[in-house]
Design a protein around this ligand. Structure first.
Ligand code: FE2
Length: 431
């Protein structure tokens, strides 16, 4: 007897519908029409079942602070950082946790069951680090939170950042962060990448740096990050986040860089909602898009994942932590409209993100964690197009969120009909 069987699942890479049987929090069997029973059965009714969405880049300490003490009017990265600087001295332990918990509830409702959260360590009491270490533990049954020690004001530029980063790691923060393009000089940025990678190598930790989040084509700290990754034997354990300067670089140099990134097995984490909003703010026309070279990186064989980055915070006044919205924006800004390209945008918020975060037992194969999302869509492209409703979100074999099927009753031309914007309506519609 299984704990749970999800029947009639349409999987991304399988034409035939499958049943997924789970026990003790794991997937045990995946096969068509399983002849077995379970304590609980759910029918996916031929809808797409996917491993959970993953947000590979987020700021949980700042989220849901919209309007405090004011709204970012210019929309620039620098006003966002200044605004965060105004807010930081007034942060409150209970308030950080309350906002983080609400965001986690939003995440679970949207089927996002892993979040990599960069936490600003440039604050003498490490209040946010301590608050979010507790949230990470209390949320563990429901979603995985990886915390990154992120020196927002610069590892060398902020006077106590070196000591505070060490302290944050000692407290149990998972990943080493950085922000080389915000250091005082290019040379200081380079020095910070080297030092931070060495700390991670020594402690056996992963690395994820905000890297070259600028329109300046001369910002190329990703070159050093790839080099240090290789030098220290950290292949597969390092992410370069944002990499927006690569949008503006000379094609020849960008080509060389992409080969180095691929060789070092560094994952590229783009944040389409934020990149399209924040980059290109100094421009008149034409305006650059600012998103890194997603299409070319994928062609190069680089692991590209997407993050939401911000929801209602000093940098971004929008969002509901919907990773399909992120994939949708990435598809448009990156002009990823071919079939394989569009499917790769779904991968950027699922399997590629799992690889970037080095998540274990992720997927829908037997032996994997019994974590999955049933979408009100038939396939990944339709899911992105309609930012599909999450019918069921399952964690370790338990339903942690559900939403009734969403459709609209339309009353026109003397009749009443139902629409849900599905592809299946196109051929079956008789109107
Ligand atoms: Fe960020």
């Amino acid at each position: 007897m299984f704990d749970l069987i999800v029947r009639q699942c349409r999987l991304k890479d399988s034409k035939e519908e499958q049943d997924i049987a789970c026990k003790d929090g794991r997937i045990i069997e995946v096969a068509p029409s399983l002849d077995a029973t379970a304590v609980k059965e759910i029918s996916a009714n031929g809808c797409l079942v996917t491993p959970p969405f993953i947000d590979s880049h987020f700021h949980m300490d700042a989220t849901l602070t919209y309007g405090r003490p004011r709204v970012n009017q210019s929309g620039t990265l620098l006003e966002g950082i200044a605004l965060w600087g105004e807010l930081k001295p007034h942060l409150d332990f209970a308030d950080i946790q309350r906002r983080a918990r609400l965001l986690c509830r939003w995440a679970v409702a949207k089927g996002n069951l892993a979040i990599r959260a960069h936490i600003d360590i440039c604050e003498p009491t490490l209040l946010a680090v301590q608050a979010l270490l507790e949230v990470r533990e209390e949320m563990r049954p429901y979603l995985d939170i990886q915390l990154v020690a992120f020196p927002q004001d610069g590892y060398y530029r902020y006077p106590q950042a070196e000591a505070l980063l060490t302290k944050a790691l000692d407290l149990g923060v998972d990943v080493v962060g950085g922000i080389p393009h915000f250091e005082r000089t290019m040379a200081e940025g380079t020095r910070s990448v080297k030092a931070l990678c060495e700390i991670a190598a020594e402690r056996g930790l992963l690395v994820d740096m905000h890297c070259d989040e600028t329109d300046d084509p001369h910002s190329c700290h990703i070159e050093t990050l790839a080099f240090e990754t290789q030098r220290l034997g950290m292949q597969g354990r390092v992410c370069g986040s944002h990499l927006t300067s690569m949008h503006s670089m000379d094609n020849y140099y960008a080509g060389k860089l992409m080969a180095l990134i691929e060789e070092a097995e560094v994952s590229a984490v783009a944040n389409p909602l934020i990149n399209i909003t924040i980059q290109g703010r100094m421009e008149t026309y034409p305006k650059r898009r600012g998103l890194t070279r997603v299409k070319e990186m994928l062609e190069q064989g680089i692991n590209v994942a997407f993050g939401h980055d911000c929801v209602l915070d000093p940098w971004y006044s929008f969002g509901s932590h919907d990773m399909l919205e992120v994939a949708h924006m990435g598809l448009h800004v990156g002009q990823m409209t071919g079939i394989d390209e569009a499917r790769s945008m779904f991968d950027a918020v699922t399997v590629n993100a799992a690889r970037a975060l080095q998540l274990e037992d992720y997927g829908l194969a037997p032996g994997c964690n019994a974590d999955m999302v049933i979408l009100q869509a038939a396939d990944p492209i339709e899911a992105i197009r309609i930012r599909a409703n999450r019918l069921f979100v399952i964690r370790r074999g338990e339903v942690v969120a559900s939403t009734p099927e969403v459709s609209s009753e339309v009353r026109i031309m003397g009749g009443q009909s139902t629409v849900a914007f599905r592809n299946s309506e196109i051929n079956s519609d008789s109107t």
